[in-house]
Ligand binder design. Structure first.
Ligand SMILES: [Zn+2]
Length: 284
């Protein structure tokens, strides 16, 4: 089973514009057109069973629409896509929107410190982290360098570690193996923290040294490392092949490719899930 914990899809009406804009900022040729239909087709081709679609509220006031859409994704994709929500830290109702996310059945949210203009350990974010922790919602952060804000890093590993230590019960994923292009600092500050997760998004494309990746993995909780691609910005089959090429044990590779995410998402408890469908078929 392969679960990609970091992809992006967009509603059909905005997909061409959103993907086109991001492609011109990043200079990367997108692997999908950003629609759920094309994403599902390419997941099937590449043997990805489930993908987590990360949404970002780039302006205050977008949250309700984003979160309502994210909540319908699982059923509409017949259990192939899991939508994460988002809130904008500048929205006055951000904390109460998190309560609504939980009620909608969302498993987690994404925050993007570059797009949402905050530094990860700014104290004004504390009430939001408190609410996430109390609601037991998972949070993924864009971490490290970003092409949108190349001169200013908003979520460096050292600051990320301060948040992780201040909120030990909040499960947080620092995407891009803890911090894009800041992997020595990931090793120094984040490896070994128990509530911290890493996804592998863009590690292959951006050249994370396999020896350093193995060192970080060896020092970190093996349950807390997740396959991610950042699709459409990296082809998920490249992300998965990169994990397989690290030379980790078979059981650890299997955990990273899917079983860690499966446990985290608790997919078997969701109606329509491929896991519950499989077990139903076995019973028949
Ligand atoms: Zn991403």
């Amino acid at each position: 089973m392969k679960i990609d914990f970091h992809i992006h899809t967009f509603p059909d009406r905005i997909a061409p514009k959103a993907v086109g804009r991001l492609a011109s900022i990043s200079g990367i040729t997108p692997f999908t057109d950003g629609t759920t239909a094309d994403t599902l087709k390419k997941m099937e081709k590449n043997g990805i069973d489930v993908s987590v679609c990360l949404n970002i509220a780039t302006r205050p006031g977008q949250e309700q629409t984003i979160n309502d859409t994210a909540a319908t994704l699982f059923d509409e994709s017949r259990g192939k896509l899991v939508g994460f929500g988002s809130v904008h830290p500048n929205s006055p109702g951000a904390a109460s929107e998190l309560t609504r996310c939980k009620a909608l059945g969302l498993k987690g949210i994404k925050l993007h410190p570059d797009y949402q203009e905050f530094i990860v350990d700014e104290k004004r974010l504390w009430p939001l982290y408190e609410a996430l922790s109390e609601l037991d919602l998972f949070v993924t952060f864009h971490s490290g360098w970003d092409c949108y804000s190349p001169a200013k890093i908003h979520c460096p590993p050292e600051n990320a570690a301060r948040v992780a230590k201040a909120f030990p019960h909040l499960r947080m994923c620092f995407a891009h193996f803890g911090g894009l292009r800041m992997w020595d600092d990931v090793d120094n500050y984040l490896a070994g923290l128990d509530n911290v997760f890493f996804d592998t998004a863009m590690a292959a494309t951006m050249g994370l040294d396999p020896a350093l990746a193995r060192r970080i993995v060896s020092r970190h909780n093996s349950d807390n490392i997740l396959l991610g691609s950042d699709c459409p910005w990296e082809d998920p089959s490249i992300s998965a092949a990169w994990v397989e090429s690290l030379g980790l044990s078979d059981s650890l590779t299997e955990k990273i490719l899917g079983t860690n995410a499966l446990r985290l998402l608790d997919l078997s408890s969701l109606p329509n899930s491929p896991v519950s469908r499989d077990s139903q078929q076995q019973k028949q």
